[in-house]
Design a protein. Structure first.
Length: 478
């Protein structure tokens, strides 16, 4: 019997787990995939929004601004990369100035600091590659960029260090009310708990509807992106948006925290909750619309494309709170943009709700900090030489595009909640994320994962069951 079971290992579920791990309680996080950060949290814009877009008074507005404020200290405590690079919302003509002014007023009401409208000359001074035909822009200095993988993994590792149990490849198939709380029937057996937190992303409606007569409907909103090679991130310094429309903030152009250039996403409502395929039309739209905001885009340096799903609710707001007809069942649903930005505040709000409901007591021994994977490239030359002398694996480069060493991959596999797949290593170290997209480093990465993770190399997959990379052994080869 757990006190709390959290369903979902994305940024919301991991942030909630970390905040709840401050208290004396038996907590478990269940995730249907083989790792955290396997759904919406793995494929998004990697943006920390300032908070001017959400309607004042909504949870999106409140938690966006609060999450933005929390991000800097959280990045220091949990050792993941974050940068306040600022953002610009471009306005192309005088007729659209009222819409830009509305964003300024909305952001001011939401409590966003430093907002101001710039004229064309000021924008082009800041961003020489912005389109020549712009009229003005809203500047938000508190906007930022982050690595969503490292953020998600850092939150999960922190929760684990503080006593939260994690169960992977555990899919909740049904939930029944019991005298003491809830029974969760999963593909790995039955689990019992006093309270449930539903942070299941695009599946949050399915989980909610197992216990409530007041049905919820989550629409998967697909967004396609193109990612350009390292070094292209200097094409712009800030995140460049267009004025938002019915389906969100439009096609953006942004540097990534690792020096790439990212353009996207599209916004298309679909029915398939696993529909993360890209399309010719979607990618064409991304490139054409990005070129309206930023000139001379280096599209010849695109190294990959991908699609992600946003969990859109009809309410067009986050749904956080106890289900009216299911006491002890806490929804954390409809977490679309700005969900990545808001996740620390979502964790804070949900943990406070459960603390008050359950009378949870704080621990004396909460561990607030965590160290990420050691990156030799960030060390001084002298310290790097000393590290390699002590641990030669850090001098054996496996991924040449990203300069990732064997030592880093070993750490990714053997650390708490370590990687169990190629994508798990990729998200923790960036091995395979460079220009060749694993073309050269895959065999070496698989060999290390097999050895350190004690896995048969034939069982190693790209991302969980059914994605195995090898089909058998050639017995004729010595």
């Amino acid at each position: 019997m757990y006190d709390i079971i959290i369903i979902g290992g994305g940024v919301s579920g991991a942030a909630i787990a970390r905040e709840l791990s401050r208290y004396k309680a038996e907590i478990c996080l269940v995730e249907k995939e083989e790792d955290v950060c396997s759904g919406t949290s793995k494929a998004n814009s990697a943006i920390i929004h300032a908070g001017y877009d959400a309607v004042p008074g909504t949870l999106k507005a409140k938690l966006n601004v609060r999450g933005n404020e929390m991000m800097e200290e959280l990045a220091k405590d949990l050792d993941f990369p974050f940068k306040r690079n600022g953002s610009l919302v471009l306005c192309r003509n005088e007729e659209d100035m009222p819409a830009l002014q509305m964003l300024l007023e909305r952001g001011t009401e939401n409590g966003v600091k430093g907002l101001r409208i710039l004229n064309k000359a000021e924008v082009l001074t800041m961003e020489p590659n912005a389109a020549d035909n712009i009229h003005a822009a809203l500047y938000a200095p508190t906007g930022g960029i982050v690595c969503p993988f490292e953020l998600n993994i850092a939150l999960a590792e922190s929760a684990y260090m503080n006593g939260v149990a994690f169960r992977f490849q555990t899919e909740v198939q049904d939930i029944k009310k019991t005298p003491d709380g809830f029974a969760l029937y999963t593909n790995q057996g039955k689990l019992e708990t006093k309270c449930v937190v539903n942070a299941a992303g695009v599946y949050a409606d399915k989980i909610h509807n197992m216990v409530s007569e007041k049905k919820l409907h989550i629409v998967p909103r697909a967004g396609e992106y193109c990612l350009m090679d390292k070094g292209t991130g200097s094409h712009v310094s800030r995140t460049i948006f267009t004025l938002p429309g019915k389906f969100g903030k439009g096609i953006l152009v942004t540097p990534t925290i690792h020096g790439n250039l990212l353009i996207g996403p599209t916004a298309v409502d679909i029915e398939d909750k696993e529909g993360t395929n890209t399309t010719r039309e979607g990618l064409r739209q991304v490139m054409e619309k990005a070129a309206v905001s930023v000139k001379n885009l280096p599209v010849s340096q695109i190294i990959t494309s991908f699609a992600g799903l946003r969990a859109h609710a009809a309410q067009d707001d986050f749904i956080i709170g106890e289900a009216e007809d299911a006491e002890g069942f806490i929804d954390c649903a409809g977490i679309e943009s700005p969900g990545l930005t808001s996740c620390p505040a979502i964790g804070e709000m949900t943990a406070e709700l459960l603390r008050n409901k359950m009378g949870l007591e704080e621990k004396d021994n909460f561990i607030s900090t965590r160290k990420g994977i050691l990156k030799p490239a960030r060390l001084s030359r002298e310290d790097r030489i000393a590290l390699i002398k002590e641990k030669p694996a850090y001098g054996n480069i496996i991924c040449r595009c990203e300069m990732i060493s064997e030592g880093e991959i070993i750490d990714a596999v053997t650390r708490p909640l370590g990687a169990k797949s190629i994508d798990g290593i990729k998200r923790r170290t960036r091995a395979g994320m460079g220009r060749c997209q694993s073309g050269f480093c895959l065999p070496g990465t698989m060999e290390i994962l097999s050895r350190e993770g004690k896995l048969d190399i034939l069982d190693i997959g790209k991302s969980g069951k059914g994605s195995q990379l090898l089909t058998g052994r050639n017995k004729d080869v010595l």
